[in-house]
Design a protein around this ligand. Structure first.
Ligand code: IPE
Ligand code: IPE
Ligand code: MG
Length: 262
């Protein structure tokens, strides 16, 4: 299950060459990432956990850049879960400041790279300064039509599904929808990801092999790659390794015949 390729550096190949090679085959349209292991990265260096989060922010920049160069349609980054409020206040406060720090230094490059910033998650209990930074970036990049950089911030898949269910019930109760007409598409349309392709590839770093309440519906047919590499150590090459492995997998979607490669 652990990707054998990950961790093996291929510095002999330049990133440009690898990108060009991977572009010869179909690429995932949407990659979802559970960025995990910041705390352990810091602990191994006897640093406070927040130092790991800060370093992890630099990885987000690197991975956004390479995903954009590769031609990926959307990159959803799990930045803060609905369960992460259980962490010490100091850590939560720091995590809530990261979007503004990240966007303060990186927004000009995102604009230049034609990246469109978006967010999924419940905005209602996010601090004003966190939301302001994200909304500003969304506004400044809304005309861009390159990579969608989608931050999952105060995101929880169960809460999203409960919310979607409530919206569907309201449509039924108000007579706008009949029960017989409820399909997968009805549910898709009510999710925060309604306008995105569903993820083809999920990457989780740090050796944990679980979803932690991330995109439970949307990941139904995604290819999963779990790697032991901690998020702050995750490089462009690790990312390209994951895409390479994705391209070697056979996606069957339940069928036998008409087997198609990713
Ligand atoms: C991921 O790193 C970042 C967030 C969840 C915000 P962690 O902070 O979970 O790092 P570990 O799992 O403790 O190493
Ligand atoms: C998942 O990581 C959430 C994010 C990466 C934002 P966690 O570190 O919070 O997950 P658990 O607690 O190990 O399941
Ligand atoms: Mg963790």
């Amino acid at each position: 299950m652990i990707n054998r390729l990950l961790g093996k550096q291929k510095n002999q190949d330049s990133l440009v060459e690898r990108v060009q090679q991977l572009q010869q085959k179909p690429l995932p349209k949407h990659i979802a990432v559970i960025m995990d292991g910041n705390g352990r990265w810091a602990r191994r260096r006897a640093l406070p956990r927040i130092a790991g989060h800060h370093e992890g922010m630099n990885t987000v920049k690197k991975i956004t850049r390479i995903a954009s160069n590769l031609g990926i349609g959307a990159l959803t980054m799990y930045a803060f879960s609905t369960e992460n409020w259980k962490r010490p206040k100091k850590e939560v406060d720091f995590l809530m400041k990261l979007p503004s720090e990240f966007l303060h230094t990186y927004l000009p490059e995102l604009i230049e790279q034609n990246v469109k910033v978006e967010m999924i998650g419940d905005p209602s209990n996010l601090p004003r300064h966190t939301l302001d930074a994200i909304h500003n970036a969304m506004e400044k990049t809304q005309q861009n039509d390159g990579l969608i950089l989608n931050f999952a911030m105060n995101y929880g898949s169960r809460a999203e599904l409960v919310q979607a269910t409530k919206q569907i019930v309201e449509l039924v109760q108000s007579g706008q929808l009949s029960v017989e007409d409820i399909t997968d598409e009805t549910m898709n349309a009510q999710l925060m990801t309604a306008h995105l392709d569903e993820p083809d590839l999920l990457i989780r770093t740090s050796g944990e092999v679980r979803l932690s309440n991330f995109m439970l519906w949307q990941l139904a047919y995604a290819e999963f790659i779990f790697t032991d590499v901690l998020w702050p150590d995750f490089t462009e090459h690790h990312f390209l390794d994951a895409v390479e492995q994705y391209q070697s997998r056979h996606r069957r979607f339940g069928s036998v015949e008409g087997e198609q490669k990713a």
